[in-house]
Design a binder for this molecule. Structure first.
Ligand code: ADP
Length: 182
C-alpha cells in the first residue's frame, strides 16, 4: 500500500491544508494527517480539538485518517509503515526550513519528502494569520471550513469572556498578539 503522511500543527485546519490533503489523497492509497503534539507551545485549540475538526472536514475522504504524534516525524513514519511525507509549499519563505527538515529526515531514516506547491488561492493562508484575523473580528469564512469558523467564534468568545478583552488571555496569536493584522 502506498501511504503518505501530511504533518503539521493544524491549529486550526485551513482550506490550504485541506487542498494539500485532498491532492495527496488522489496520489496515495492512504494519507495519514499527523497532528504534532508540541509540549512547549500551547495552541488555541487542544490537539484533540484539532483532530476532531480534521476528522470532520476529511470525513468524505475514506482513505484519510487523522492521528497525533510527538517526537520525531521519522519515528512516526516508521511506526506507521510509511516512507513519504507530503508538505505544502506556500512561498520561498517556507523553502529554507522545509529543505533542511526534508534533508534531515532523508538522512535520519530514508524518509522522502514531496513538496506540493500551494494552490495560488491559498498561498497567503496560515493558521496563525487566520487566528489573528478572527481574533479582531475579521471574516475568515472564505479561508477555513465552516466547522472551524464556528469553533473559532466560540473559542475566541470564551477567551474574551474570561479575560474581559478581545481574544482573552491566550489571544490566539502566535505572532505575539502585536495588535493589528495585515
Ligand atoms: P501553519 O500553522 O503555517 O498553517 P502547519 O504546521 O499546520 O502550518 O502546516 C502543515 C503543512 O501544511 C505544512 O506542510 C505547510 O507548509 C502546509 N500548509 C499550511 N498552509 C498551507 C497553504 N495555505 N497552502 C499549502 N500548504 C500549506
Amino acid at each position: 500500500m502506498r501511504r503518505a503522511v501530511c504533518p503539521g500543527s493544524f491549529d486550526p485546519v485551513t482550506n490550504g491544508h485541506l487542498d494539500i490533503i485532498s491532492r495527496a489523497n488522489r496520489l496515495y492509497d492512504e494519507v495519514i494527517v499527523a497532528v504534532l503534539v508540541n509540549q512547549s507551545k500551547a495552541g488555541l485549540f487542544t490537539v484533540d480539538e484539532r483532530i476532531e475538526m480534521l476528522r470532520e472536514v476529511t470525513a468524505s475522504y475514506p482513505n484519510v485518517r487523522v492521528e497525533s504524534f510527538q517526537g520525531l516525524l521519522v519515528d512516526f513514519c516508521k511506526a506507521s509503515d510509511c516512507s513519504v511525507v507530503v508538505k505544502g509549499l506556500r512561498a520561498v519563505s517556507d523553502f529554507d526550513y522545509e529543505l533542511q527538515m526534508a534533508q534531515m529526515n532523508l538522512e535520519l531514516a530514508g524518509v522522502e519528502t514531496l513538496f506540493m506547491t500551494t494552490n495560488p488561492l491559498y498561498s497567503f493562508l496560515s493558521s496563525s494569520l487566520i487566528k489573528d484575523v478572527a481574533k479582531w473580528g475579521g471574516d475568515v469564512s472564505a479561508h477555513v471550513p465552516e466547522v472551524v469558523v464556528a469553533r473559532l467564534r466560540q473559542r475566541l468568545a470564551d477567551e474574551a469572556g474570561e479575560a474581559g478583552e478581545p481574544g482573552g488571555a491566550r489571544g490566539g496569536s502566535e505572532a505575539g498578539g502585536a495588535g493589528g493584522v495585515t
